[in-house]
Design a protein around this ligand. Structure first.
Ligand code: SF4
Ligand code: SF4
Length: 358
């Protein structure tokens, strides 16, 4: 079990690299007593999304568009070099002993990075758990055995293709904790309701994680889900009354909807947007952002090519991002659990409360 004591923000957190179990105390007062208040942030990111991929090897085929997934990294049109192994190692060296997990990603499938094996290996050598999401299109036995040796969990994007099911089965056969990442938008919510109602996902998966569609990169405005839409109500009703052989999870972008549309979900199991408070993203060309969905606008970017992650975390850009969470929706009773949702694309915040200020 890895343990971290954050003296500045007065809390303790722990993470089990074997099971993925994570726990965090509330704020502890000067007398060592718990206050029951959630800490607002950590003094160093506990989870970092590292965009090791600068381009998508499947991009030219339009794989994502054909599959109904609108790539938020705009992998169809953008072609940058992948992150160098040297830069990746520099990130790990700084994070060692402070960051629990690295979520590997970027513009394309991480398993296609020229240094995939070294990347995974270097994380583990430094006691950091690597995780990643893939379309699974380029999966080989070798990739799967690397996952088995080094990864905490692997997620396959729900691309509705023969290679999707093939990759899931390869991971399951190897005994790897396997999740499905399902982008939830106007074009996929009906299918989601039907599949959840019929438990129609591959046997043996650990969880289906729903990721709210955002109008970023190739993501369109028309595909955004809105409060008041009966389909949205029906989807969250289904979730609220689920009894499935797999777990169901959500990205933190979905928390306003969970708070507004469900009644049976334990509030202790939810955490609202962690961007800039608990996690950050680093682009393939070494720009630190509070969240990967700022990758097109780079509004809060801090260049760490010749600088540290700690300085990015302490920067005015990151503070500006956090101020959204400090000041949004002051009159709302759910404020402490929600904090107003997404600072990057307020239109994805599924909430019709009159107290909403975002
Ligand atoms: S900043 Fe927006 S897109 Fe990023 S995690 Fe938070 S809610 Fe989601
Ligand atoms: S009013 Fe603001 S804080 Fe309250 S639930 Fe809606 S978005 Fe969240």
């Amino acid at each position: 079990m890895l343990k971290k004591i954050d003296r500045k923000n007065r809390f303790v957190s722990m993470f089990d690299p074997k099971t993925g179990f994570y726990a965090r105390s509330g704020v502890i007062d000067e007398n060592g007593k718990g206050t029951g208040v959630d800490p607002f942030m950590t003094s160093y990111p506990e989870l970092i999304d590292v965009g090791v991929m600068g381009h998508c090897v499947h991009g030219a085929s339009g794989l994502c568009l054909k599959s109904g997934v609108q790539c938020y990294q705009n992998g169809l049109k953008t072609h940058h070099p992948n992150m160098s192994l040297e830069n990746f190692k520099r990130i790990v060296d700084e994070c060692k002993g402070k960051t629990f997990q690295l979520a590997l990603g970027g513009r394309g499938d991480v398993d296609q990075h020229e240094n995939f094996a070294e990347i995974l290996q270097y994380c583990r050598e430094n006691n950091i758990v690597p995780n990643f999401t893939s379309s699974g299109l380029g999966f080989t036995d070798e990739i799967v055995s690397l996952c088995k040796e080094y990864c905490g969990a692997v997620a396959i994007s729900w691309y509705r293709q023969p290679h999707t099911l093939r990759a899931i089965q390869m991971l399951l056969d190897a005994g790897i904790k396997t999740n499905i990442h399902y982008v939830l938008g106007q074009n996929s919510i009906d299918e989601a309701i039907e599949r959840l109602s019929n438990h129609d996902f591959p046997n043996g998966i650990n969880a289906v994680i729903f990721l709210l569609h955002k109008p970023v990169g190739l993501g369109s405005e028309e595909n955004v889900l809105h409060a008041g839409d009966p389909k949205v109500q029906k989807f969250f009703d289904t979730i609220d009354h689920m009894d499935a052989p797999f777990k169901v999870g959500f990205d933190s972008c979905s928390i306003p909807a969970i708070l507004n549309y469900t009644h049976n979900i334990d509030p202790n199991s939810i955490d609202t947007c962690e961007g800039g408070r608990w996690s950050m993203y680093i682009t393939s060309d070494m720009k630190a952002l509070p969240c990967s969905f700022d990758n097109q606008d780079l509004r809060w970017a801090y260049d760490i090519s010749n600088d540290t992650i700690q300085n990015a975390w302490n920067s005015s850009q990151f503070e500006d991002f956090r101020n959204h969470f400090r000041t949004s929706c002051p009159g709302c009773k759910k404020r402490s659990a929600c904090m107003g949702g997404c600072p990057i694309r307020p239109q994805i915040v599924i909430c019709s409360s009159t107290e909403k200020t975002v």
